[in-house]
Write a protein that binds this ligand. Structure first.
Ligand SMILES: Cc1cc2nc3c(=O)[nH]c(=O)nc-3n(C[C@H](O)[C@H](O)[C@H](O)COP(=O)(O)OP(=O)(O)OC[C@H]3O[C@@H](n4cnc5c(N)ncnc54)[C@H](O)[C@@H]3O)c2cc1C
Length: 496
């Protein structure tokens, strides 16, 4: 089956040009690194079939991306190993490239684009992706088209930027049924002409080699170690999804906020896989809905705009979809419109939050830590330190504690701006799901984005919502979580 990507997902980066003469259609897989459930792949495949040209899938990994580390490299490379295996089975032209000191990636993409009829890529509204896409479009006469595979509903259909989840929720609910009927193809079929072999103009990366040895030889941050319990790739992502649906989804609505070790808690742990595109949000949603025998007739129009009840009468399914669709899309949609504002707290925050934080910017802090102290989890607060140790060793922080983690950096940093820089750095350096729209909007939420003023007015925070470690400790039984974090700190780190 061939899908016609919804026009709402298509952005002609170099203007509305027809494909040019060339050897192949190129899919430049930048962030949605998978060979199924992928709107950009569907779009490229459709053009390849129409033009009777081979399809080439190029997946690259450079050395110099911001916060490059063994952790991120390993996760991405494990995904590339899976993709290479699947492409081999299909007989697809899959060209993996991994930059090394000996083999630079400089100008490579421009050369690949020069031979293509059309370049298709992912329209991800964050990190280095938009600039990379724009740079290629400037440098090549070949048309470049970016496809929005970010969410179930195309971002361009969601209207102007929303100031709260409550504003975006009804828009998503209203657009959901139509978007659901236009999902990406679950198992794309690649007809023979599209699979005609094209010789790559560079030596392909060898996915069969030992990853530890390979990564150890690269000049990237050796301090951020891979996370053995979270291997990359579409197969690992599906295992995690299956595990979530069978064991953790029942009880999600109540249990999501309770900080527990991953194997005991209810959070899915899917965000790294969603971030690197090893699994599609559409596949996640479809699997969760299938687990309760769902059909679109179960959408409850009476609940449009409400947190509960719209997708399913099952409270756990509904709660999960509110996070995975509404909250996740809130960050993506905000970036779609306001990505450049992430460089300045003043521009990013609502006026009330910026004003109140400025008013209290000079308030004396009870504690004031430097980046090295934050990074080494050397604060006076055992719960904050535990969250940071989890981040450093496991590449994640439990849902609820992530909010507390952000709030405390604001409370104990010299200024809001410094706190923002520290949070961006720590989150993007250590979190497997960092460098994502929800990294920035999650952090900015701690400063008041998507929130409202809260009384009483306090020092440092003003009327921005405050969270306390003591209340968190009173609210939850934390022994199991703290024991888990201690075990992480004691565990020998995974190798490169
Ligand atoms: C300070 C701070 C930093 C954050 N940084 C990131 C980040 O770098 N990357 C990231 O993906 N999310 C981030 N979040 C949002 C949220 O904490 C994570 O998405 C969630 O913890 C991921 O765990 P999970 O996959 O087990 O979530 P689940 O509870 O299993 O939820 C399923 C999916 O829904 C989405 N989701 C869940 N909660 C949220 C939320 N509050 N906002 C947006 N989407 C959500 C995620 O895609 C998640 O994978 C941050 C939040 C805060 C407060």
């Amino acid at each position: 089956m061939l899908s016609a990507a919804s026009p709402a997902r298509v952005r002609h980066v170099s203007g509305p040009q027809a494909p040019v003469a060339g050897d192949y259609v190129l899919y430049w897989m930048q962030i949605y690194r998978r060979l199924a459930h992928n709107h950009a792949l569907d779009y490229a495949l459709r053009w390849a079939v129409g033009l009777k040209k081979p399809l080439v899938v190029y997946e690259g990994l450079k050395l110099g991306y911001p916060w490059a580390s063994r952790r991120l490299h390993r996760f991405i490379l494990e995904g590339m190993q899976t993709n290479a295996g699947q492409a081999r089975e299909i007989g697809l032209n899959y060209w993996p490239f991994v930059e090394t000191p000996e083999q630079s990636g400089r100008g490579l993409l421009r050369r690949l684009a020069a031979r293509a009829c059309l370049v298709v890529t992912d329209d991800f509204p964050c990190f280095i992706i938009p600039d990379q896409t724009a740079a290629l479009a400037r440098q090549t006469p070949t048309p470049v088209v970016a496809i929005d595979s970010n969410g179930v509903v195309p971002l361009s259909l969601l209207g102007p930027p929303a100031t709260a989840a409550a504003h975006l929720r009804p828009r998503i609910h209203r657009a959901f049924a139509a978007a659901w009927s236009e999902r990406a193809v679950a198992e794309p079929v690649f007809p023979r002409p599209v699979r005609r072999t094209v010789e790559p103009p560079f030596p392909l990366w060898d996915p069969g080699q030992d990853l530890t040895t390979f990564i150890d030889g690269l000049p990237i941050d050796p301090g951020v170690r891979p996370v053995a319990t979270t291997p990359g790739g579409s197969r690992a992502a599906r295992r995690r999804l299956a595990e979530f649906v069978s064991r953790k989804l029942p009880g999600y609505a109540e249990g999501r906020s309770h900080p527990l070790p991953p194997e005991q808690g209810h959070a899915s742990g899917l965000s790294p896989y969603l971030h690197f595109g090893h699994i599609s949000i559409e596949e996640v949603v479809a699997t969760v809905l299938a687990s309760v025998g769902w059909s679109p007739q179960q959408l409850d129009e009476r609940c449009v705009g409400r947190r509960e009840g719209f997708w399913s009468a099952n409270a756990d399914v509904n709660a999960f979809l509110d996070e995975a669709i509404v909250w996740r899309d809130l960050g993506f949609h905000w970036h779609w419109h306001r990505r450049s504002d992430t460089t300045s707290l003043e521009r990013a925050l609502p006026a009330w939050a910026w004003t109140t934080l400025r008013k209290h910017a000079a308030d004396p802090r009870d504690y004031c830590y430097r980046l090295e102290q934050w990074e080494a989890a050397e604060t006076h607060d055992p719960l904050w330190n535990a969250a940071q140790i989890e981040l450093v060793h496991a590449g994640t922080i439990h849902n609820y504690l992530r909010m507390l983690w952000g709030k405390k950096v604001i409370e104990w940093s010299a200024t809001p701006e410094e706190a923002y820089r520290i949070l961006e750095h720590l989150n993007n350096k250590y979190a497997l799901d960092g460098r994502n729209p929800n990294s920035y909007t999650g952090i900015l939420w701690c400063f008041g984005l998507f929130d409202r003023p809260w009384a009483p007015e306090r020092k440092v925070f003003g009327t921005v919502r405050y969270m306390s470690s003591e209340n968190t400790a009173r609210k939850f039984r934390l022994e199991a979580y703290l024991a888990y974090v201690r075990s992480l700190a004691d565990r020998p780190a995974a190798t490169g």
